[in-house]
Design a protein around this ligand. Structure first.
Ligand SMILES: *[C@@H]1O[C@H](CO)[C@@H](O)[C@H](O)[C@H]1NC(C)=O
Ligand SMILES: *[C@@H]1O[C@H](CO)[C@@H](O)[C@H](O)[C@H]1NC(C)=O
Ligand SMILES: *[C@@H]1O[C@H](CO)[C@@H](O)[C@H](O)[C@H]1NC(C)=O
Ligand SMILES: *[C@@H]1O[C@H](CO)[C@@H](O)[C@H](O)[C@H]1NC(C)=O
Ligand SMILES: *[C@@H]1O[C@H](CO)[C@@H](O)[C@H](O)[C@H]1NC(C)=O
Ligand SMILES: *[C@@H]1O[C@H](CO)[C@@H](O)[C@H](O)[C@H]1NC(C)=O
Ligand SMILES: *[C@@H]1O[C@H](CO)[C@@H](O)[C@H](O)[C@H]1NC(C)=O
Ligand SMILES: *[C@@H]1O[C@H](CO)[C@@H](O)[C@H](O)[C@H]1NC(C)=O
Ligand SMILES: *[C@@H]1O[C@H](CO)[C@@H](O)[C@H](O)[C@H]1NC(C)=O
Ligand SMILES: *[C@@H]1O[C@H](CO)[C@@H](O)[C@H](O)[C@H]1NC(C)=O
Ligand SMILES: *[C@@H]1O[C@H](CO)[C@@H](O)[C@H](O)[C@H]1NC(C)=O
Ligand SMILES: *[C@@H]1O[C@H](CO)[C@@H](O)[C@H](O)[C@H]1NC(C)=O
Length: 752
């Protein structure tokens, strides 16, 4: 800033304003600073005709008394001396699009800077280091650059909240000097390097969160010094394991969340003395060995997530006290019987991908998904038999595709039906369309409205194709799996449809959300750290990821896994996890037509034809046999009379015509012998090739009814039916004249 400008700001403006506009309450130089601050923040609402500190006036200073929670807008002063001083500036979610002002340094009594959820850029000014700050929050902005070491000078600082920005660089070791610090929240930034050893001095810490960064090194042993710690959150921080045993000293912990900790396998850390624990997450931390029995004694526990580890052995009997707890033990190697209290709490407990015994599995499944299983006809699932519930799924039929409107209702798009997926069942959901889903996890610190839901809706206009497919999406706090169980064999293309509908508002704090999750298809990690916004190329289009799969055993498994990365606090806390809009799986082959008998299989047309032909043949044989049988009882004259009286569409051939056509039943023209008599090939005088079936001379008399049936058959036209041209009744001879078919078809039809 130029000297003239400084003079203008700090000297002239206050002089002009003093006594001219209003009776001065706030120190003059601080008014000038606020003007400069307003300019840098792009804060246009401050009314400089009003004294910010004059809360007694009708205007009430600079504060919005009606602001909703989370949208507070207030400047607070301390007026205990003759002069007022600004002590607090709160501008939450005001959509400010300026930068962080170093000019705050001109407010020497400033204790609180609260600029959460704006659209501010710039870096944290080192100048703030001179202030008596107690609370600093710039959560959810576009702040970049490093944390200045001068922040370590602020001995009064109790709360430093820098979450959800683009802050980079190493943690300055000077931060270890903060003697009163209670909360350091640094999650969702680009911080790197080790945790400085000076942090061993931060014995006053109550709340430390460093998730979703790029730190290196291990979780330091000196965390044992943080004996006042109540909340420790280290998810996808970059730090590697194991969790140091010194953690055992942190007896006040109520909330311990460590996840995505690579490094050597290690046993469960010693948490015996953390008797106030409420939320315990040790997910994907490469934990080995057995579950500790003492967790059953921690009666304050409300959420236990030990999923995606290598824990083995049985569930300790002591855990029966945890019946009110949400328990996620997904994807371990646990074995033995699932205790009945867990079965009874199926909706709060997820145990899939383990090695529990079969009998209990069934009971567990029945609790979790009412009517999902049929006790008969269990499907034998080999590779998926360790996914409880799936081993007994009964296919309603064979499907040649899979279409799901994730998180939404049933839809028809371009003639394709997308199944509804709007159930909010937390663990298992059975569509009855040959697929099931399993959604694991519980959204934490959930400030969404309504809380706890695993779907989301965006009603604002979606401009790209098929908007109805993308207005709803399914969410998962840990992992969501769609299992198709009844697909016909062959090669398919899996299309996963995504649209980021929770961070959609451009140029607001809401657009600053970052969502990452991993995509697995058939158990294989296909995309790591998938980010919808990165792939949509700017204009909010849908993203479709395609994967080829070969289905051999009817089963397809699509899994989205949230590996702790990305923001968790914008637009509000609790917005994170995996998100998917639709699944469409289409065959790369022409699927067989639907089989109405429901027997499935790839040969339904063939089955239909064979069935029709077989029935027809059976029918003809029956007619033939009855004619033959009755012909014996009735005088031939009666049969002939009956036939002549018929009003039917088939030709009557004379025996002489037939003899000419077949060369007097020349054995050389004989093409087969059925149970009821021989069949000869012949050619009528008009060139028509025929097959003549001779019913035995013992044939019984026909009557009107059966001859009528002959008439009906003759009128039937079907490419796969042998056409009956006519018959010949002569004395006790009954001959049926058929169309002649090449290639054994006739033989198949007539004997077959
Ligand atoms: C600022 O405050 C003055 C005095 O109360 C008022 O007359 C004026 O309308 C206000 N300006 C704005 C833009 O609100
Ligand atoms: C206001 O300032 C006075 C002295 O400057 C101090 O004693 C008092 O504690 C302050 N009040 C608040 C609420 O900070
Ligand atoms: C900041 O937002 C205002 C509207 O609130 C807009 O007029 C202005 O152009 C924006 N400034 C920048 C630098 O984006
Ligand atoms: C700092 O923040 C805490 C927690 O929100 C609050 O109780 C306290 O009054 C704040 N202190 C100051 C000086 O703003
Ligand atoms: C802050 O963002 C504005 C645009 O919104 C840009 O003009 C300005 O240069 C940025 N400032 C910094 C320090 O990045
Ligand atoms: C503030 O911090 C800087 C760098 O850490 C240091 O050089 C300076 O002496 C400190 N100032 C005060 C007043 O403590
Ligand atoms: C903190 O930890 C270090 C190393 O673990 C130790 O030497 C030191 O005595 C501890 N300091 C306090 C205040 O507990
Ligand atoms: C738990 O606390 C007791 C009593 O203070 C102590 O003897 C024991 O060693 C502690 N256990 C662990 C694992 O730190
Ligand atoms: C887990 O531990 C095993 C055994 O120490 C090791 O081989 C493996 O690489 C570890 N996994 C991860 C993800 O670090
Ligand atoms: C699963 O449990 C059986 C015994 O019930 C055991 O033989 C097998 O090794 C276990 N499998 C794994 C992968 O732990
Ligand atoms: C569970 O099944 C998967 C897929 O077949 C297999 O890779 C895995 O080893 C099995 N796990 C256990 C514990 O049996
Ligand atoms: C539906 O058809 C439109 C227009 O041909 C096409 O853009 C769109 O991608 C199709 N939708 C799906 C889900 O295939």
């Amino acid at each position: 800033m130029s000297l003239t400008r400084l003079i203008f700001m700090y000297v002239l403006v206050p002089l002009i304003l003093s006594g001219v506009v209003y009776s001065q309450k706030l120190a003059r130089d601080e008014v000038a600073v606020l003007r400069a601050v307003a300019k840098v923040l792009q804060q246009k609402k401050w009314n400089f005709s009003v004294d910010p500190c004059d809360v007694a006036s009708t205007v009430g200073g600079w504060r919005n008394p009606n602001a909703a929670k989370g949208f507070e807008d207030a400047v607070t002063c301390n007026c205990s001396s003759t002069m007022c001083h600004v002590t607090s500036i709160v501008l939450k979610a005001q959509n400010l699009n300026g930068s962080l002002p170093k000019e705050f340094a001109g407010l020497p009594f400033l204790q609180e800077i609260e600029l959460s959820r704006n659209y501010l850029n710039g870096s944290i000014p080192p100048e703030w280091g001179v202030l008596p700050l107690v609370n600093v929050s710039v959560l959810g902005n576009r702040i970049s650059g490093p944390i200045p070491k001068e922040i370590g000078n602020i001995t009064t600082l109790t709360s430093l909240i820098l979450e959800l920005n683009q802050i980079s660089g190493k943690l300055p070791q000077e931060l270890g000097n903060l003697p009163n610090i209670q909360r350091i929240l640094l999650s969702s930034n680009y911080l790197s390097g080790d945790i400085p050893s000076t942090f061993s001095k931060l014995t006053t810490l109550i709340d430390l969160r460093i998730s979703d960064n790029q730190f290196t090194g291990t979780i330091p042993d000196f965390i044992q010094n943080w004996t006042n710690l109540e909340k420790l959150v280290i998810q996808a921080s970059g730090l590697v394991g194991p969790i140091p045993n010194t953690i055992s000293t942190l007896k006040k912990l109520t909330n311990l969340r460590i996840s995505e900790l690579s490094g050597p396998g290690s046993p469960f850390p010693p948490l015996q003395n953390m008797t106030s624990m409420k939320t315990l997450i040790l997910r994907n931390c490469n934990l080995t060995g057995e579950l500790p029995a003492y967790l059953g004694q921690i009666t304050s526990l409300r959420l236990l997530d030990l999923s995606f580890n290598k824990l083995s052995g049985p569930i300790p009997v002591t855990y029966s006290t945890l019946s009110r707890v949400n328990i996620f033990l997904t994807s371990n190697m646990l074995s033995g019987e699932v205790p009945s209290w867990m079965v009874d709490n199926g909706d709060k407990i997820d145990l899939i991908y383990n090695n529990f015994t079969n009998d209990i599995r069934t009971a567990e499944c029945q609790k979790k998904a009412v009517n999902m299983f049929s006790s008969t006809n269990p499907l034998v699932a080999n590779s998926y038999s360790n996914v409880s519930c799936l081993s007994r799924y009964t296919c309603p039929k064979t499907f040649y595709g899979l279409h799901i409107n994730c998180g939404g209702t049933e839809l028809i798009i371009n003639g394709t039906k997308y199944d509804a997926d709007s159930s909010d069942r937390p663990i298992f959901y059975d569509s009855r369309n040959g697929w099931v889903s399993s959604n694991t996890g519980k959204f934490l610190d959930d400030e969404r409205s309504p809380k706890g839901v695993t779907f989301c809706t965006n009603t604002s206009e979606i401009k790209f194709a098929n908007p109805s497919l993308y207005t709803h999406a399914r969410l998962s706090a840990i992992s969501i799996t769609y299992y198709a169980l009844c697909l016909g064999q062959g090669s398919y293309t899996v299309n996963l449809h995504f649209a980021e509908i929770m961070f959609s508002d451009k140029e607001t704090y809401s657009s600053l959300g970052r969502r990452f999750f991993d995509i697995y298809v058939q158990g294989k990690l296909e995309v790591k750290d998938f980010n919808i916004v990165d792939e949509e190329k700017g204009d909010g289009r849908a993203v479709v990821k395609s994967f080829p799969v070969m289905i051999t055993d009817g089963k397809l498994e699509i899994r989205l896994f949230w590996a702790g990365k990305g923001t968790q606090a914008t637009p509000v806390r609790g917005v994170y996890g995996a998100l998917i809009s639709a699944v469409s799986v289409d065959p790369n082959f022409v699927p067989p037509k639907e089989d109405s008998t429901g027997s499935g299989g790839g040969s339904s047309i063939v089955t239909l034809v064979v069935a029709v032909v077989a029935l027809t043949v059976l029918f003809l044989v029956l007619i033939g046999s009855i004619l033959w049988w009755r012909g014996c009882l009735k005088p031939k004259s009666q049969m002939e009379k009956d036939f002549k009286n018929l009003d039917i569409q088939i030709s009557s051939f004379s025996l002489r015509q037939i003899k000419v056509a077949t060369n007097n039943f020349d054995p050389a023209n004989k093409i087969g012998e059925g149970g009821f008599g021989p069949v000869h090939k012949g050619t009528l005088t008009d060139g028509t090739v025929i097959a003549v079936k001779q019913l035995s001379s013992k044939s019984k008399q026909g009557n009107r009814e059966f001859l009528n049936e002959i008439g009906m058959i003759s009128a039937l036209q079907h490419p796969h039916l042998v056409k009956l041209y006519g018959c010949c009744v002569d004395g006790d001879q009954l001959l049926l004249v058929y169309e002649y078919l090449e290639n054994n078809s006739l033989a198949r039809a007539l004997f077959g």
